[in-house]
Design a protein around this ligand. Sequence first.
Ligand code: NAI
Ligand code: MG
Length: 497
Amino acid sequence: MSELDERGGDLAVPDGWTYAPAPESRDVVRLRERYGHFVGGEWLEPSETYETLAPRDEERLAVVGQGTEADVDRAVGAARAAYADGWSALPGPERAKYLFRIARILQERAREFAVLESLNGGKPIKESRDVDLPLAAAHFFYYAGWADKLEYAFPNRRPQPVGVAGQIIPWNFPLLMLAWKVAPALACGNTVVLKPAETTPLTALLFCDVLRQAELPPGVVNIVTGDGRTGAALVEHDGVDKIAFTGSTEVGKAIQRRLAGSDKRLTLELGGKAANVVFDDCALDQAVEGIVNGIYFNQGHVCCAGSRLLVQESIYEPLVEKLKRRLETLRVGDPLDKNTDVGAINSRAQLERIEELVASGREEGAEIYQPPCTLPEQGYWFAPTVFTNVAQSYRIAQEEIFGPVLSVLTFRTPDEAVEKANNTPYGLSAGIWTEKGSRILWMAQRLRAGVVWANTFNRFDPTSPFGGYKESGFGREGGLHGLEPYLDFGDSEAFGG
Ligand code: NAI
Ligand code: MG
């Protein structure tokens, strides 16, 4: 008997409007049981391996290589040979053709990549489908456009490639961070050894297939998987001319210490603790959407996440009420479900880190709110969380949580907002919500952050440079600025240097 029949004479109106499951098909992805390192266009059998998991249920997805010093050495050798064998001397328009091809293939295979990204990383399919993949392709298109115009980008400066770039990326945007790193490096005529994060190697390994499809010359891009030890071996290798790192401030500092005094070039994109500043004249409902996008997008695994909400005191109560109500509508669950807003936490280690910081928030006296939601039993999950009653000294107001956890603080005047927003060792991003253009400009001049969003948050575009102040790192990725770290200029030679 159907549900309606059972109710007899009752009105045929369901009492709840729950979402039916809308799973994306996994069949578009064909995984191999085992992957090696991609070196010189071939698969190199790894001497050590580990298993990579799906964070939603700890399913074992594949066995991948734990790169050793010898593996890294072979990859750097392959990159050096490809550099010398013609890639660095290839005319810009020819390099551009390869980049355009890669961009188009990524677009064609976007669904496959999006499913794999969500499977291996835990992010909602609607984000990998609508954000990660389109942006990754856009980065290749954008830098393809610069490959034959470097002389115009830097007039009278004789731009030359740097050599072999060692690139180490994190797990929060695996394919997108690969695109941020690989596209400008190749556009400028460098070759690459890239190390994906240990928890999310699979889209980078699938990308090797794209490189073959695009017929990129062997050795121009090499991919060695593994954990921090593999990354350290890349940093230490004498054959690497430049290191580009995105990850924790702790590791970034260690790399900087390691490279001090060497002539290896370095860019660091590290952590953040961004202030999202909401003034009382803002469009409140829009601001609530921006706050939610700012901190719950990608489970808060975002270096530029708006993790500190600074609210003007006069609107504190209505704003927090609206925010809590909005949180109740967030759908937490299967990353491969098209309705999911908040997916799985990337790893057990990251979940433990979030839990530890949230416990510290409770102990220090902040008030916690989590909407009612049932979390799956298997896998790594954390409910969207808001802390109110937060003092600036609390750890949850100081440290990067890198999870779906928002700390709410208040201010009275614009000066106080600036002071509190800048009261952090980081300086990656910030948000401003106000009706007044003049106030946006006034604030943007004073906020010590690489990116300042006004009446929006977490917007990315390949044409716009991204990077930090202070402990958020140095160097810019994206835009014209993003070419510079991958170029040597004849300037010093011109002066006989
Ligand atoms: P992590 O900095 O250890 O990992 C990032 C990348 O660096 C990975 O590919 C890793 O294998 C590599 N790595 C680790 N140790 C290395 C070393 N000694 N030399 C060279 N490469 C090394 O970050 P982790 O442990 O995954 O996360 C810890 C915290 O870091 C997070 O809770 C978050 O606060 C922050 N983080 C920030 C990111 C960002 O986008 N700014 C990305 C990832 C983490
Ligand atoms: Mg680490």
